[in-house]
Ligand binder design. Sequence first.
Ligand code: GLA
Length: 361
Amino acid sequence: MTNPNTYQSTFHTDPQATATAPGRVNLIGEHTDYNDGYVLPIAIPQLCTVAIGRSSDTQHHLFATDLDQHFDLALTDVPTGFAAYIVGCFRVLEEKTGITLPPLNVFVTSQVPVGAGLSSSAALEIATLRALRQLFAPLLSDIELSDIELAQLGQRAENVWAGVPCGILDQMASSIADEHHMLFLDTLTLETKRLPLPAGTEILVIDSRAPHNLTDGAYANLRLQCEAAARALGVPSLRHILEVSALHPLEGTVLFNRARHVVTEDNRVLACLEADAVHFGVLMNDSHISMREDFEITVEQTDVLVDLLQNSSGVYGARQTGGGFGGCVVALVELGEAQAIGQKVLTEYSSAGFEGRVVVP
Ligand code: GLA
């Protein structure tokens, strides 16, 4: 069956609630969130939209036009594909609030590129949870789900139902961040602070089109290595290590390199809070080297793109962004120059044998 184009044409009635949530780009602070560390994302203009209403039969009916997929599921079915994220949100909301959700119709459209490191899954979770919060407001009135709680529910849905042991960066960014401010987040305390971009700058995001996939085990493995490093050092998490010198018991092991990335990355995020454009750019460049050498999560395409960007005039700094192994790169550039720099770098990237695309602006 081909997927029709709207909630109305699919279900022959209007949705009872509609909500949106943005993707995000992480400016710096990579693989620090599940180490209780610091991150600095910003929302991107691309949104996921979820329209929802009660189903007229006993099943959930879930449509995602962009994926050209749909699922009809009994309430107790185990969801797969994109349904895992949506039904995962249903289940974690039920678990948290004690309410039982009725069979639902859900229609998803999303402009957030999938598999590009821009949190398409978190945008789907947060848009779904916002739509549910709206639809079931009368039932939830005593509970009052905050935006932070929504992020926590989204993370739980992803951990338990999509099987990705992610931290809380993406869901917090999608739930709390806006397009005009960097969102500083301390993932241990969930304290947040909105900050302007460094004066005279804007961001440029380019998709390398090397697809990344966090469900294939590499991400989970890195997380386990970080946890093993923390255990070996006798701290609850690597956030509690403030300086590289404290890592000497691990020297000569792969855990040393993983931990060094996390410790130096946390320090770079904190330094960014006070940095002007030039210093911020240097910290982004250092972050890319650390991800490439110590964390080993960059790929040829993102290394090439970052190199091209770093050698372009008007660029303060550039790095791979998101979970890694491909996806997007982000650059901090002179205000008003992002579009032109993006086109120039794409041409050079294509001369190197790759096809990318500008995602922001
Ligand atoms: C993915 C995860 C986040 C975070 C980043 C890396 O986006 O979902 O929790 O760990 O990777 O910074």
